[in-house]
Design a protein around this ligand. Structure first.
Ligand code: ADP
Ligand code: MG
Length: 353
C-alpha cells in the first residue's frame, strides 16, 4: 500500500450512497448505515439557500411561507435538479465527516438506475465531486441490490431482481457480474399513492393528500386478498361541500386502486423474462425472483407475483436498505468489484439494451 493510500485510509471515508427518489441512505465503511432520510430538500427561493434536508425538510412540506419550497431533487431515479442534489450531497458528506471525524474528501460509491444515460451518470459524478468527494464511483442499483441480498452475482447462474422504489421499478437479470437484461419502469411507490388519490376522488368524491395516500397504502395496501380484512379511516376535502370529511376505506378498495399500476409492474417482469436467454431462465425458475425496495413491503405482492410469473418469489429482508447495504459490501473489497462499478475516469460504456 502506498503512503497516499495509507493516508487516505486514516483520514478519509469510504461512503456508499443510495440516492433514491424517495429515500437517501448513506453507508460509511466501518460504521454501517448512518443516514436514512427522505430525499427532500427545503430551499429558500429568495436566497437560493438550503434551509433543511431530509426529515426536517419533509416536516416543512405544506407548512412553510411561500418563498420556502420543498424539492425532491431526484425524479424517476435521476437527478432533476442539479444544484439541489449537490447541496443535499454537501449536507450528507458533512454529516459523514462529523460522524467519523475524518475530514479529507471521501471515496464515494453512488447507486444509479440501470440504463441511465451517460449524461445522467456524469451529473452524478459532478454533483458528488462538487460536494467534496475525492473519488466517485457508480454502481447500477439492481446490481447493488443483488449484492445487498447476497445473491451469487459473479457466478454463471442467473438471478432476477425487482426493485420497486418511489419513482421507478428496476427489473434486472444478472449473471457473471453483469446485467444481462434490464427494464426501468416509471411505475413505483409514488404512482401507487397517485392511484389511491384518484380512486378516492372518483369513488368517494374526496380529495386526499399525498401523505394520507401513502399512509393508507402502508397501513392496508395489498396486491392480493388478505387473510383478514382491514380498514383505515382517511380524511380529505369533500369535493362537493368543500369541507373536511372522513371515510373508512377497506383493503379491497385499496387493492382495486392499486390493481392497474401493480399489473404494469407484473407485465414488465414478464417482458423481461420473455427475452431472457433460456439457460438463465432455467436458473431463475429454480432460484426464483428477488424483490427489493420499499414496494416489496406491499402486502401479498409475493403471492400476486407468484400467481402471474409462476416462479418462486423472495422478498428481501429489510428491503429499503438493500442497495445501501450492497454499496457497503462493495466498499469492503472494492478491488474485487472493480468490473462491476464505474469510475468517473472509466470510459463511459454504451448502455444495455
Ligand atoms: P427509492 O429507492 O426510489 O428512494 P425506496 O426503495 O426507498 O425508494 O421505497 C420508497 C417507496 O416505498 C415509497 O413509495 C414508499 O411509499 C414505499 N413503501 C415504504 N414502506 C412501504 C410499505 N410498508 N408498504 C408499501 N409501500 C411502502
Ligand atoms: Mg432505490
Amino acid at each position: 500500500m502506498s503512503l497516499f493510500e495509507r493516508f487516505f485510509k486514516v483520514f478519509s471515508n469510504e461512503v456508499g450512497i443510495d440516492l433514491g427518489t424517495a429515500n437517501t441512505l448513506v453507508y460509511i465503511k466501518g460504521y454501517g448505515i448512518v443516514i436514512n432520510e427522505p430525499s427532500v430538500v427545503a430551499v429558500n427561493q429568495k436566497t437560493g439557500q438550503v434551509v433543511a434536508v431530509g426529515r426536517d425538510a419533509r416536516q416543512m412540506l405544506g407548512r412553510t411561507p411561500a418563498h420556502i419550497v420543498a424539492v425532491r431533487p431526484l425524479v424517476d431515479g435521476v437527478i432533476s435538479n442539479f444544484e439541489v442534489t449537490e447541496e443535499m450531497l454537501i449536507y450528507l458528506l458533512n454529516k459523514v465527516a462529523k460522524i467519523s471525524k475524518r475530514f479529507i474528501g471521501p471515496r464515494v460509491l453512488v447507486g444509479v438506475p440501470s440504463g441511465i444515460t451517460n449524461v445522467e451518470r456524469r451529473a452524478v459524478y459532478d454533483a458528488a465531486r462538487g460536494a467534496g468527494a475525492r473519488e466517485v464511483f457508480t454502481i447500477e442499483e439492481p446490481m447493488a441490490a443483488a449484492i445487498g441480498m447476497r445473491l451469487p452475482i459473479e457466478d454463471p447462474v442467473g438471478s432476477m431482481v425487482i426493485d420497486i422504489g418511489g419513482g421507478t421499478t428496476d427489473i434486472a437479470v444478472i449473471s457473471m457480474g453483469g446485467i444481462v437484461k434490464a427494464k426501468n419502469l416509471k411505475v413505483a411507490g409514488d404512482h401507487l399513492n397517485e392511484a389511491i388519490i384518484n380512486y378516492i376522488r372518483n369513488e368517494f368524491k374526496i380529495l386526499i393528500g399525498e401523505k394520507s395516500a401513502e399512509s393508507v397504502k402502508i397501513a392496508i395496501g395489498s396486491a392480493a386478498k388478505l387473510d383478514a380484512p382491514a380498514e383505515s379511516p382517511i380524511r380529505g376535502r369533500d369535493l362537493i361541500s368543500g369541507l373536511p370529511r372522513e371515510v373508512v376505506i377497506t383493503d379491497s378498495d385499496i387493492r382495486e386502486a392499486l390493481a392497474e399500476p401493480i399489473h404494469l409492474i407484473v407485465e414488465s417482469a414478464k417482458e423481461v423474462l420473455e427475452t431472457t436467454p433460456p439457460e438463465i431462465l432455467s436458473d431463475i425458475m429454480y432460484r426464483g425472483v428477488y424483490v427489493a425496495g420499499g414496494g416489496a413491503l406491499i402486502k401479498n405482492l409475493d403471492a400476486l407475483l407468484f400467481e402471474h410469473l409462476n416462479l418462486p418469489i423472495h422478498s428481501a429482508d429489510d428491503p429499503l436498505t438493500v442497495v445501501a447495504r450492497g454499496t457497503g459490501i462493495v466498499l469492503e473489497d472494492i478491488d474485487a468489484y472493480r468490473d462491476i462499478i464505474m469510475g468517473s475516469d472509466d470510459e463511459l460504456l454504451p448502455q444495455i439494451k
